[in-house]
Write a protein that binds this ligand. Structure first.
Ligand code: ARG
Length: 464
């Protein structure tokens, strides 16, 4: 690192009588993490230069020189030959300096009517827009994988839980579609956040705007922004869009984490509802029998860091007076890590969803325990005319008797059943089956196989 601390002069050096120490240089530099914005920085600069030339602020020749220099810089970066210097603090100054080396004065004219403050805000927005587009694609892939799984198991029955106690039977397809809904809302949130990301800060310059006759709409159109930021002070200091993105990302991870928790429970040999493909699990270095669900556990763990990044950005912002402050340089690492974590996690989950083997027999056996059809018996009595509270009481007594005898409701004879309510008739036995229970919940949002198939058609339509 010391080798890179050469005697190169900084962009503002004429104002200063002594150089900053090496420690301060390292402390204030961002190049080692913001260099990943390079392609967006170049894209923004090219759009700015095009506008400057169009408005007659720089010459056509300068414009051509800037384009040529930037093309060379792009290829140097792509080939890993670009020399990033800590001395030059950040991605913006590194690229500008190299441009000037390559094309001379035209490089020095590029920064006319612009500041790093509106430049960096533009770069982050371009970066985040592209990240959001990737995330939306991955959310779609994950939803498609879950829909396929739901379709294969539209009729597979497992116990549904409340308070982690067996509640009522549900179909596994229905259970998977619950996650399809969650990830659908996540995609909506990402798309909505994108609208506020996709506005152009350039033109705000340092904070107050610029004295040059710029054309912001042209730059916005070139870069594919929907609008320009309407207030220069806000344009350079607003990071709401990044915070909003991190909140949406935290919800994505929260959904992933809930699903992970279920996968871990389901895969425990005590439960044995699913198997995960071996490529998502690891063994133990000491216990040869183990197959651990590392991927879902890690995803559950990584949710913590994404939540942390959201809090980091909120805290970063809360004390800042208008307009730009150097604090904002700290927005990048949390944002980058959030994007990386969400993208990697979604990619793995879309693949993992296709590597889930459902053990329908174990699910069914579990659903047969715990009196999962007790509500069906109560509903039956209500349909025969008993008020619901009385029906609830009658069934509670029946369950109590079964618990004492160690049997299921459906093991009681008709006569025994009638001791709890004389309204019970022979047709009760079909009501108490798991299939009867799920099939009876046949309305929009219900767990019946019919409704699962219907919902799958709807989601597929949405995703096509
Ligand atoms: N590296 C800085 C950042 O990430 C760029 C903007 C710096 N502007 C300034 N006036 N120091 O925010």
């Amino acid at each position: 690192m010391t080798a890179q601390l050469s005697k190169k002069s900084e962009a503002w050096s004429a104002r200063f009588s002594e150089p900053v120490s090496d420690l301060v240089k390292r402390y204030t530099a961002s190049v080692f993490f913001d260099k990943r914005l390079a392609q967006f920085d170049i894209q923004g600069s090219l759009a700015h230069a095009d506008m400057l030339a169009q408005q007659g602020i720089i010459s056509r020749q300068d414009h051509a020189d800037i384009q040529r220099g930037m093309a060379q810089i792009e290829s140097e970066i792509a080939a890993g030959r670009f020399e990033w210097l800590l001395d030059l603090e950040d991605v913006h100054l590194n690229i500008e300096k190299r441009l000037t080396e390559l094309v001379g004065d035209a490089g020095k004219r590029l920064h006319t009517g612009r500041s790093r403050n509106d430049q960096v805000a533009t770069d982050i927005r371009l970066y985040l827009r592209s990240a959001i587009d990737d995330i939306v694609v991955l959310l779609r892939e994950l939803r498609l994988a879950l829909v396929d799984l739901a379709e294969q198991h539209a009729e597979t029955i497992l116990p549904g839980f409340t308070h982690m106690q067996v509640a009522q039977p549900v179909t596994f397809g229905h259970h998977m579609l619950a996650y399809v809904e969650m990830f659908g809302r996540d995609a909506e949130r990402m798309a909505d956040c994108r609208k506020r990301v996709n506005r152009l800060p350039l033109g705000a310059a340092a904070l107050a705007g610029t004295t040059f006759p710029i054309d912001r709409e042209r730059v916005a159109a070139t870069l594919g922004f929907d609008d320009v930021c309407r207030n220069s002070l806000d344009a350079v200091s607003d990071r709401d869009f990044a915070i909003e993105f991190c909140a949406a990302a935290a919800l994505v991870m929260t959904h992933v984490s809930r699903m992970s928790e279920e996968l871990v429970i389901w895969m425990s040999p005590r439960v044995g509802f699913i198997e995960l493909a071996d490529r998502f699990c690891t063994g133990s270095s000491i216990m040869p029998q183990k197959k651990n669900p590392d991927v879902p556990e890690l995803a559950r763990g990584k949710t913590g860091r994404v939540n942390g990044h959201l809090i980091a950005l909120l805290t970063l912002m809360k004390g800042q007076p208008l307009a730009y402050n150097k604090d904002n340089q700290e927005d990048k690492e949390p944002l980058f890590d959030t994007v990386d974590t969400v993208i990697d996690t979604l990619r793995i989950f879309a693949d993992m969803a296709r590597g889930i083997t459902v053990k329908a027999d174990a699910m069914r056996a579990a659903a047969l325990q715990g009196y999962a059809t007790a509500t069906d018996l109560a509903d039956y009595l209500v349909k025969k005319g008993l008020p619901f509270r009385d029906a609830h009481e009658a069934v509670a007594r029946a369950v109590r008797a079964c618990v004492d005898r160690g049997c299921d409701l459906s093991d009681l004879s008709l006569d025994e059943m009638r001791t709890f309510s004389p309204l019970v008739e022979a047709d009760i036995f079909s009501v108490l089956t798991l299939e009867g229970s799920v099939a009876a919940r046949d309305h929009i949002g219900g767990t019946a196989p019919n409704q699962v198939r219907r919902a799958i058609i709807e989601v597929r339509k949405q995703l096509s």
